[in-house]
Design a protein around this ligand. Structure first.
Ligand SMILES: Cc1cc2nc3c(=O)[nH]c(=O)nc-3n(C[C@H](O)[C@H](O)[C@H](O)COP(=O)(O)O)c2cc1C
Length: 181
């Protein structure tokens, strides 16, 4: 193994699912996001203070987290390279959505799953803030789940970010099941 003390880009954890964070009528793609707790169901997103989304998150009491398929990667490049301060991205890029039921944010029509999150806590960590939301409603596309309520690998090709504008997805034929003892 080689070693490096250049830790500025520790992107060895990629690929990561792209999550489109929605607040008000704005969206931005985020690759830094994580489950925090199962009970209560908490989800964390890491947002840099310079983002318009950051300003909106300070003001609003909730946000949405939308998961799209790999074929929508162009929407990630589009909405991730311009700020909602300057344009209405949903309108400009013709992104269909409906209003979330319980929070002020968009549910993207092409998402295979989307969470409505109520803001729970916020904490600053270096150059990002961790916004933790409690998931209060889940939208999902009919027919995509296995009997165990997992996303069926045959029905969804998730949008995964591999760093530096590279997107990849899963190969359903690679599925391996190894039971825990
Ligand atoms: C694939 C991808 C992943 C990104 N992940 C994050 C992230 O996790 N956190 C973040 O603050 N910015 C992230 N960005 C950058 C923002 O999406 C980008 O700056 C966006 O234009 C901000 O929009 P806004 O100003 O309307 O909030 C990412 C961009 C791309 C393309």
């Amino acid at each position: 193994m080689k070693k490096t003390d250049e830790i500025d880009k520790y992107y060895y954890f990629f690929p990561q699912t792209v999550a489109f964070i929605g607040v008000g009528t704005n969206i931005m793609p985020a690759a830094w996001h994580t489950p925090i707790s199962a009970q209560p169901p908490l989800y964390g997103i890491l947002i840099a203070p310079k983002r318009y989304t950051f300003d909106l998150l300070q003001k609003e009491s909730g946000f949405t987290v939308n998961f799209l398929e790999h074929n929508k990667a162009p929407a990630s490049a589009q909405t991730g390279s311009i700020s909602g301060r300057d344009i209405d991205k949903l309108e400009k890029f013709n992104i269909e959505y409906s209003k979330a039921e319980k929070v002020n944010g968009p549910i993207l029509a092409s998402s295979y799953a989307a969470y409505e999150c109520e803001k729970h806590t916020v904490a600053e960590y270096g150059d990002h803030h961790l916004f933790i939301g409690q998931i209060i409603l889940i939208h999902y596309r009919e027919g995509i789940l296995t009997i165990d309520k997992l996303v069926n690998e045959k029905n969804v090709a998730p949008m995964l970010y591999f760093g530096k504008d590279r997107y990849i997805t899963t190969d359903p034929n690679s599925l391996a099941i190894h039971k825990r003892k």
